[in-house]
Design a protein around this ligand. Structure first.
Ligand code: ZN
Length: 285
């Protein structure tokens, strides 16, 4: 079980043996009290949600615009009916279920080890798995608001609508997702930065870290090991303490979650700090 042989460099952790890499990940997690997870599209693809940026053959027959254009604020304003056709077709995946990655992260939070999940995904699957402190950089399909009276609608209401979804008051119902040309939420970004700065272990999964704001946020981490878990290369591979080129659900499913030992003064202090931290965060954001 125990891996006594020291890992001399990154390459051995990557290529020599998947089991060695996972053993090292386990060790990092067992030593961590302020783990933060930062996830991208790869976390959701393992729940069967395809990345909308990789259009298939059928896509081109159906849509005359690239996804980035359809999902822009100006397109939403100009062609809302087309926006919602695409949105219901390609973005809403209400039948998707959390996978082993979502579940393990929720377990780590419950055990008192993980302080935040920061995600670029908008599907709400971390919360569906039971995670509490989820910072959704790009919003969530689970929240929708009338642009006129701000009445709330759930995702099922949007899925069941046809054409442009309308509120009882007549206003358009807009999903609470960050469209291209729209700014990210300042408070969410600030919370993400704060948690990364305080983290003693940062696990980045299912993202190539090539786009803003991911790359920018990672720079705030400087207190412990950086672990990258991604099927392909990322922009930060050279900076990682541990690099695992594999699916995030497969890797995290091999982790055993050990609760922080309570009883010791230090452990109690950490738990207190953890509780205070969680209370800082806006609930149900
Ligand atoms: Zn309304």
């Amino acid at each position: 079980m125990k891996e006594n042989q020291p890992l001399s460099g990154l390459d051995s952790a990557v290529t020599s043996d998947g089991a060695v890499a996972v053993a090292r990940l386990r060790q990092y997690i067992d030593q961590s009290e302020r783990l933060v997870f930062f996830g991208g599209a790869g976390v959701s693809t393992e729940s069967g949600i395809p990345d909308f940026r990789s259009p298939d053959g059928l896509y081109r027959q159906k849509y005359a615009y690239p996804p980035e254009e359809i999902l822009s604020r100006s397109f939403f304003n100009r062609r809302p009916e087309l926006f919602f056709d695409f949105y219901r077709d390609k973005i809403l995946h209400l039948d998707a279920k959390p996978n082993a990655a979502h579940e393990k992260l929720a377990e780590l939070e419950k055990a008192g080890r993980l302080t935040a999940v920061i995600t670029q995904n908008i599907d709400g699957l971390h919360q569906a798995a039971g995670a509490q402190n989820v910072l959704e950089l790009h919003g969530s399909v689970q929240r929708n608001y009338c642009v006129s009276c701000h009445r709330f609608y759930d995702a099922a209401a949007i899925a069941a609508s046809a054409g442009v979804p309308r509120c009882a008051c007549g206003g358009i119902i807009k999903p609470d997702v960050v469209l291209y040309e729209e700014a990210l939420d300042d408070e969410t970004m600030w919370q993400a930065q704060k948690h990364i700065q305080a983290a003693d272990l940062l696990i980045v999964g299912g993202t190539s870290l090539s786009v803003y704001p991911a790359a920018g946020l990672i720079r705030f981490f400087n207190r412990g090991p950086l672990v990258l878990i991604n099927k392909s290369e990322t922009a930060y591979d050279q900076k990682a303490d541990l690099l695992i080129n594999d699916g995030i659900a497969k890797v995290l499913s091999q982790i055993e979650v050990k609760p922080l030992i309570s009883g010791g003064a230090a452990a109690a202090g950490v738990r207190q700090a953890g509780a205070g931290q969680a209370a800082d965060d806006p609930p149900g954001k």
